[in-house]
Design a protein around this ligand. Sequence first.
Ligand SMILES: Cc1cc2nc3c(=O)[nH]c(=O)nc-3n(C[C@H](O)[C@H](O)[C@H](O)COP(=O)(O)OP(=O)(O)OC[C@H]3O[C@@H](n4cnc5c(N)ncnc54)[C@H](O)[C@@H]3O)c2cc1C
Length: 316
Amino acid sequence: MRTLVLCDGEARTISDVTLRVVSAALQLAQPVDLLVFDDASAAAAAHVRGVERVLVASAGAADTLAPETVAAQLQSLSAEYAIVLAAHRSLGRAALPRAAALCEGAFIADVTGIRERTQFVRGLYAGSVVATVASAAARTFATVRPSSFPSAAAEGGAATLVPIVPLAPIVPFAKTRLVERHASAQSGLDLGSARVVVAGGRGLASQDNMTRLGRLAANLSAALGASRAAVDAGYAPNAAQVGQTGRSVAPDVYVAFGISGAIQHLAGMKDSKLIVAVNKDPDAPIFSVADVGLVGDLFDVIGALEAHVQSAEQHV
Ligand SMILES: Cc1cc2nc3c(=O)[nH]c(=O)nc-3n(C[C@H](O)[C@H](O)[C@H](O)COP(=O)(O)OP(=O)(O)OC[C@H]3O[C@@H](n4cnc5c(N)ncnc54)[C@H](O)[C@@H]3O)c2cc1C
């Protein structure tokens, strides 16, 4: 049997998110195929190291397809695939449970690790319990948390030797229709793939201060994140929220300014490789996960970092 990875992200390319799901799939030690939705993505997919076959669906671009259509496509392929993986993002979260139901298979959400080739690790209760789940179903559909896996190499695959298989068209689901999409303006780097995230909480105290933190983040080549309290207060856009009901990130460095460290926030960032926390309260729970903790006023630290960046720029 084989593992199928559902491609997620922009058309005509293989996103970093998909590369991370491929690396999770490779841990299952079965041949890995990639399902894409356009010819340009297929050409890129053939170069991904470890991918043995590329399937090209013809129902439309992945990001405009109804999840029901994607689920039907997955069902049509289920005879060959014991495991189907997708990123734990909106497409995978909507399509894979539907496909599992259609195939009478199992669905496992938000996998953060794979053990002994067949067991899936996932967090429960906002990450305070780690569960290991084994599936006895003939077909298992699982969404994978991208930040928990490294990216597979986008180049170095067999390329010309990888078969690119056009799939027979399937009838698109027609009971719902995408009328319009409004992407919220994104400033700066993408949170999910940034190597450094600088995040602000309610301690920032205003939108202007968050904007100032955003400028510092940009100067440090970092993405800007925020706690839910900061988002709810209007300091930062929804897309910046990190945590149980926001984005899950695991960058090389996560710097938290004025974030208390509620369990729901920690659920989205505690896998970061190095956590730096700045908080004036020495008992703030964020310090329990921080590798480097600084008890003090965040505005002093931001000012010092700004001065450092400025003097570094003057010496270039
Ligand atoms: C179902 C559910 C889901 C949730 N999902 C999320 C989620 O996805 N993400 C999330 O973040 N939260 C989430 N929350 C909310 C969470 O419980 C907390 O309320 C929230 O994380 C608090 O944000 P905060 O740390 O910015 O604010 P606060 O808890 O108010 O902390 C502010 C911190 O700033 C410090 N501070 C203030 N001024 C300064 C200063 N000048 N210098 C230094 N430090 C300073 C304070 O000491 C304090 O520790 C969720 C809650 C629920 C119930």
